[in-house]
Design a protein around this ligand. Sequence first.
Ligand code: SF4
Ligand code: F3S
Ligand code: FES
Length: 254
Amino acid sequence: MSATATETSTAAAAVDAPVATDVTFKILRFNPEFAPEAYWEEFVVSCFPTDRVLTALEKIKGEQDGSLTFRRSCGHGICGSDAMRINGKNRLACKTLIKDLKTSKAITVEAIKGLPQEKDLIVDMEPFFKAYREVMPFLVTEGHTPTREWIQSADDRAAFDDTTKCILCAACTTSCPVFWNDGQYFGPAAIVGAHRFIFDSRDDAAAERLQILNSQDGVWRCRTTFNCTEACPRGIQITDAIREVKKALMSTGG
Ligand code: SF4
Ligand code: F3S
Ligand code: FES
């Protein structure tokens, strides 16, 4: 007797159905109210290969230890709040699938490096945002704002299109060895923020921003190590943007 269409599709679905397995997460915990040093703690979570690391962290917090502390908001790679070091690399927990981590051992999760750790996976972002604010990340015009739409050619727009994609997650700056060694460096995210306006044909403050980045803590600190570009969850060509800022400075005699 031949199988019905329903029986065949049910059997195929059973063969293809993803299987949940126990995955060990090794998380660097820190709570200065109870202990001065950070320590590793392991949690075992039942995960599907297509689960995100953020889902696993939420399971741990909801089912095993409500004190586990981390930031997240959108859950979809937009808000930039859940950058963390997963298996030694900066990534967004909401965009990292368990199956892509390719590890048979525990998955390690730590706070991003180079900013003061406050609790578990949370760091103090203020030094990061301070550097960003200092590069004037806003349009500056000198009284020639049009009354209707502002015409900008496709080529003019393309000059800074890549750097408009930044979500200020800090994955780049906190993967930069220069920033680790010297928290004074503006860092790649601030330079990306400056680039977005320096190369905008409507803006009038490029010279001012370039001078800010020509300072002791500015672009010349970059050693072209590309960690920032590799870490960026938005795929921004950060090292190229930094090179363009350096080139603009050289062409103005900076
Ligand atoms: Fe995050 Fe990329 Fe922006 Fe850096 S440039 S803050 S890695 S989105
Ligand atoms: Fe740092 Fe990126 Fe330059 S990692 S050294 S800012 S290329
Ligand atoms: Fe918003 Fe991950 S939670 S980017």
